[in-house]
Design a protein around this ligand. Sequence first.
Ligand SMILES: [Zn+2]
Length: 315
Amino acid sequence: MAKNSVQFQKGCSLPKFLKAYGSEEKCREKLFKYRWPDGFHCPKCGHIHYYELKTRQLFQCTQCKHQCSITSGTIFDSSKLPLTTWFLAIYLITQAKEGMSALSLRRFLGISVNAAFKMKQKLQHVMKNADDQLVLEGFVELDDVYWGGKRGGGKRGRGAPGKTPFLAAVSRNEEGHPIHMRMSKIIAFNSSNVTSWSKKHLHADAVVISDAFNPFNCLSDSVAFHGKINASKIYENPDNRIFHWVNTVISNVKNAIHGTYHSISAKHLPRYLAEFCFRFNNRFYIGAMIKKLICHAANTRPRPSRLLKLAEQEG
Ligand SMILES: [Zn+2]
């Protein structure tokens, strides 16, 4: 998909958002549609007929008598916050130019710090699930990156203790414009980790360019073509733009995390990378990100706090 053929879509204005999602009733109606686009399905037996217990806001399956609410079994399950607050958070996270930290959400939404952090982590988890399904195709720039440790260590810090390794990849179209990106924390750089990452995130027909880092050698088995370039020579020539986009997104993500989120521990890094990727990969359709995120949230299983405290899955 050429960037030139894509019109950047403007974001959604606040009045327009409030018209669609400004009351609890409107939010419930939308969530019903996004959760069950083909009509109600009992979460227990799959039956399609139900009674509505209006006073308790529950649906009861006419077959197995199972009762569920609009939010049970979704990421909004057991939250004390109204849907209007959740959806407004989704609006702010997707429409604000630089995203929104948990502390800013707390201020805008008037909720507790604890509730804001939990909400942000749950929505980042949804963004990760949604964005992980995207596979990079075409021409892909790939690089290894390290988070933490000595700031600005870059390549010199390769393998330095205290640093968290992650992979960064950007796909480009024929005009050289960036289309999609993927950033994933990995446990360590070795052939088996790079192979399993590439099988999940790179199309088998992709053409991948990286530097001559040994763990990348395995890529020639999983993609159509893997070109290795001696990076030190590349950087001696300022006109060479072969790794331009991957370097740009790496410095953008590092600046964004330092600027907006201050310090992030390694265990939370995958969620922040996922948020960054989700917003980047949907940047041509800013307004549509609201519905997309709500749809994915409606179809993401609950994430109890004890799981949120653990590290997000690698890759
Ligand atoms: Zn049922």
